[in-house]
Ligand binder design. Sequence first.
Ligand code: 4AD
Ligand code: MG
Length: 434
Amino acid sequence: MQDKQFSISEISQWIDREVSISGWVRHIRLSGSICFIDIRDGTGSVQAVVVENQVSKNTFVNCSRIKIETSLTVTGIVHTEPRAPGGFEIVVSDIVIAHIPEDEYPISKKSHGVDFLIEHRHLWIRSSRQLAILKVRSTLIQLLRSYFHDRGFVLIDTPILTGAIGESTGNLFETQYFDLGTAYLAQTGQLYLEAASSAFKNVFCFGPTFRAEKSKTRRHLTEFWMLEAEMAFCDSNCNMDVQEDMVCWVIEKITEVCKKELLFLGRELEPLKIVKPPFKRVTYEEAIEILRKEGFEIEWGDDIGGDEETVISERFEKPVFIYNYPKKVKAFYMKPNQDDSRTVLCDDLFAPEGYGEIIGGSQRNDDLDSLLRRIEDEGLDRLSYEWYLDIRRYGSVPHSGFGLGLERLLAWICKIKHVREAIPFPRLINRIYP
Ligand code: 4AD
Ligand code: MG
């Protein structure tokens, strides 16, 4: 019996039966009267064997025309074969070719520099390593969504074109919006989530966000995906509890569900297995002391930058919260800390193994007058925030939330060096192609 929907990942269920596999050729080797074709179909790869005297003359002649990335369908019987990669092979009876490339495939086995690979990202995503990373990404997104759905959070899709600046004026993408003036690509969905949290209490959004980051670092993209949650009647400690629970849950699940991919990527699972509550909560002030002891010339009041993040996150085996930063290095919407008016009630969660910040969160300023003062101090256009201020005018509540950078989380989970491999088509300061 033949199954048109056959996929290579299910091959072990088809021993001694005939299947047809459609896919692309990763590698081909002709050796006398036998031809070995390594085929991938997105779910796995398998070796197909063509024996000259077991197929039509035409089929065997066709084998000599097949090149890397030829697309085809092979039909044959599945056998166990301990010597074949994966332990199975298909003994071919027929091949139907869809397309044979005219030119040699640009990304062949030999190693290319990352600039070359990223210029060919549309082809690079076919390679085994990239397939594994993007598979983990897909699963991670599914897990994150179910974490929130299963806990009663309501999904709110926040706009990408906005009139209210969400984070800071420094890295905005701007566009002329008909005759209404300047619109910005969203840096965050947070402000809209805050409005929705006064409707549903617990809400989340998950979408692309945009920052014209002038910096070229391994942690920055200009377009990245952020999962944001917002909770009414939740203070800063409650906010950190939710982040901790979510991170532990998602790490536990992904190491189970994607074990095969992570091991293929050479990712040690031990550092992920110890990601269990509680995470240490270190004040900004303590973090500055740690950094000074590490030799950084950093003063109270300075922001904690990329190099500092790396050092702190290498000092802890598990993710660590750094909380209550100085007001002047954080966004206008954060709630002032009543115990120390120089600081705000916020937290950054740093992943271990040198990965640095993966989440930024805070309790929001729920007081109309002091929020208004902050908006004015920052030179933001008050009229664009009237709707946001209404949240404080009608049933204001203590509320908190956070944003998780998907590519940063994925880079840590897969232990990849640069976030550009954690997104299918990265957007960087110097790259818009492909
Ligand atoms: O810390 P950020 O700027 O926080 C916010 O945007 C809040 N409004 C979120 C909220 O409270 N709802 O960004 C959140 C996370 C960071 O911790 C980081 O993981 C990621 O987004 N991120 C980036 N990831 C890739 N490239 C960039 N340029 C990023 N900027 C932030
Ligand atoms: Mg941040």
